[in-house]
Design a protein around this ligand. Sequence first.
Ligand code: GLA
Ligand code: ZN
Length: 686
Amino acid sequence: MNYIFNKKINGLIHGGDYNPEQWLDEPDILKKDIEYMKEAGINEATLGVFSWAMYEPKEGEFHFEWLKQIMDNLYENGIYTILATPTGARPVWMDTKYPEVMRVDNMGNRNRHGFRHNHCLSSEVFREKARIIDRKLVETVGNHPGLLMWHISNEFGGECYCDLCKKKFQQYLYKRYDGDIDKLNHEWWSTFWSARYSSFDEIEPPYRNGQFAVLGLNLDWKRFTTQNFCDYISVEIDTIRRYSDRELPVTTNFMKRFWDIDYRELSKKIDVISWDSYPAFHNDKETFADTMLENAFDHALLRGLKPDKPFMLMESTPSQVNWMEFNKLKRPGVNKLCAAQAVACGSDTVQYFQWRKSRGALEQFHGAVIDHLGTNDTRVFKEVAETGRFLSKIGEVEGSVTNNKVAVIFEWENWWAIEAAFAFAGQTKKYDETCISYWKTLMALGIDADVISVNDVSDKYKLVIAPMLYQLTEKAASLLTEYVEQGGILLGTYMMGYVNENCLCYQGGFPGSGLNKLFGVISEEIDPLYPSDRNGISLTLDSDANVNMTTSLTVKDYAEILRVNDAEVLGIYTEDFYKDSPAFTVKKAGKGKAYYQAARCDEASLTELLEFILKSEEITHEKLAAGIEKHTRCSDDYAYTFYLNNSDKECELSNIEGENLVTGEQFTGCVKLMPRESIVLKSKLL
Ligand code: GLA
Ligand code: ZN
């Protein structure tokens, strides 16, 4: 068991962002807040996310009285505090006096004061100001009994192209390439278009009006930016650790599969993963169930950053957001369903942005538990209160974790490298969506998969799927090879192993770095198809395959033409000039097997293909009814299985066993779930 808060809160957290500093002149409102929080089963408030200007209205003048007062009131009423450091937004005085703290954009223009999340993280002035305010906070409330955790800043993201950042980038490169500019020139292949450098101080970030044609530079810039966030967050964390007598956990709020930062790196700096989930529910592009499953993929991805402990759903809206093109309301029942999903996926918290709507400014119409009406009899309030009751009944799942046997690989650097490649088809690369499609297909087959880095591949997993692993390091190639040789089942796909870590193409056959030997195939060409083009794969299974499949599969978007060396051909193309050539293969290697899928399949065909592999490899699975999602968390003694009905139909689940954690009822056999209903079943682990 791994409790995030050392059992200080017995059960799950139900809380969210609270901005009482906007209401200090309205004590009645603050009083009502506490009353309503208790009624809604709220046991946590996240304070101070954007309070810098209130704490330090003038440089060096500090006011924390209000914070102490609020924390005391909350604590007296059984509500704990997660305290943010206020570095998400800067006070005006800072920008006026120290313009270097304001970011420079990718055309070289410096911002003016305004907005938030836009500091130059290389600025020593900014770092020093952050150290001062953090130290003051620790000294003032660091020992408060209601304090649960530190939340560093808010939603890190973006980039800065100022001279300070440029200098740091050059230093980063100097270190990465051992001070050898020729090494850099080689890795960046900079002889192309006369891009060679003769010293590190000639190098600029990839300005949009500058050098952005060097793929290695672009990728290193993204790596550097991640590194600079890691370096910056350490400044804040070290300050808290240095001045605090207590070892409270530290987090920062992530945002799903976020393009700007390699979260696997940033997560090494924090104790607990937390993230902000805002799916575009009820849109006109996909079903509600699809939106839910995409969100579940993100839960799995974020959970995978620290797989051995629960994570936190730090923010979600109880109703609508204010920043989408269409800020649709969450339909009745969806708030609770999302809470059940988060916990099912391994979260020990369900938190909202925000407790109360602001009266003014940019987020005045963003959803909140309490809206401008100000009462506890609104639909949203009642749904939140119901969610609170639900969470209090399933509190014993706290500290339990998932134990999945199938994994899908997702890599940030690979995502960056694929998107940066001037190749294939701009519209259809869709790396992240492709990973999600494998994950969703597995869920439809009753398999809850982990989402992992190639570096986390281990014999814990029976099957590992590596969709479009275009950028392949030598280390990754050897880990995958070892995994298969030791008995693992690997599925690789089109666009695998084309380039190395610096975007240089592998010579001698894709997938490179030895993987063409592992799979027994070489991908000689890739055919990017137009969106309306279709090909097919006809499966050619021999008689001792223990699976019968006659269906032919539909191919879209990408089809590779293979040379098969020593793999067995399981499927061939049905159309075009490469008709009858291999499209799906398998090779036994050591104790395991390596499958290669040379073309992208449509949804139905991907289900067929994965089902074929699961059956062939005797991996336990059960097709779930449409719209049903299933997850299991395990404690030392019990398994907690969650079923969610994401469909708009009533659904019957059969072969169910266990105790309904909410009602205490014992189930064997069938159970009906209404649309948007969920059930949590507890059973003893054998
Ligand atoms: C993010 C931020 C919050 C708020 C919400 C609105 O998650 O962290 O401060 O702006 O978005 O959805
Ligand atoms: Zn900068």
